[in-house]
Ligand binder design. Sequence first.
Ligand code: ADP
Ligand code: MG
Length: 305
Amino acid sequence: MTQHAIEIEGLKKTYSGGKDALKGINLTVPRGSVFGLLGPNGAGKSTLINILAGLVTKSAGKVTIWGWDQDVNPRQSRAAIGVMPQELNLDPFFTPRGALEVQAGLYGVPKAQRRSDEILEMIGLTDKAEAYARTLSGGMRRRLLLGKALVHRPHVLVLDEPTAGVDIELRQMLWSNVRKLNREEGMTIILTTHYLEEAEEMCDEIAIINHGAVVARDSTSNLLGALDAKTMVIQPDSTVGSLPEVDGIAVTTRDDGTIAVSYRARQTSAEDVLSMLRDNGVRIRDVRTEQADLEDVFLSLTRSA
Ligand code: ADP
Ligand code: MG
């Protein structure tokens, strides 16, 4: 038996319209980890996740979930994974308790082993247990989707953009639930997001996917550590002569007369940069910072790949 929660080999997906959404993905996710799948819209994240969930059929490749090959042991591989989908696809005529019971039935969980009350408590819907889904707020529906993904106690929980368009309170609740499931039950978590900070806060390891291919895969600290480039753009009060070279700080003068100071936020503080400038007699009229965003990250990664 393998020690990986998920193994993906040569995974390809071409949609019927001809779109090559996945172009040969190889990826392993360690058991017990919180694994982030990052990428811009259209990168192929949901396609990948929906293949794992058995909702989309792959065009080629091999997917193994908790040691079970999806094609050889479809029932076991499906039972090993629970997916909280990106879209709110709830039946409006079910109550939260009803939705959990139906889902448990679909997964063949015997009545005696169901734990709807416990799940309702965890997702904070105990007092809405008998309300119709159509009367629930967007946030409550999202929590219910999380609950549904958990009814069969999967080894692997997959969350597809769980916090897109969600308020801070719900986001924190989702994350504390996810952390708890990971730490206390040892559940392997895979989540997709396009928020770097979220990935940084939650994930042990990250894969970045772009145009249907994995462009980077590393521990979060290695990956984001390499991406903390910042640039401080200064408008000086008067023309500035040449500045000395300082370790870890690169200075260039731009055509508009501003000075761009590039540094690594983890090594050098903004205060270090400002005092270097002051020490060299630069009087600052205005200052702003530019930070690498995910787009820059993708660009630099696809370039170096
Ligand atoms: P992400 O979740 O990273 O935003 P998706 O997996 O949803 O990306 O989409 C990847 C690509 O596949 C996109 O170009 C998208 O338009 C296309 N796509 C997704 N679903 C379908 C579908 N059912 N039919 C045809 N093309 C699709
Ligand atoms: Mg998506």
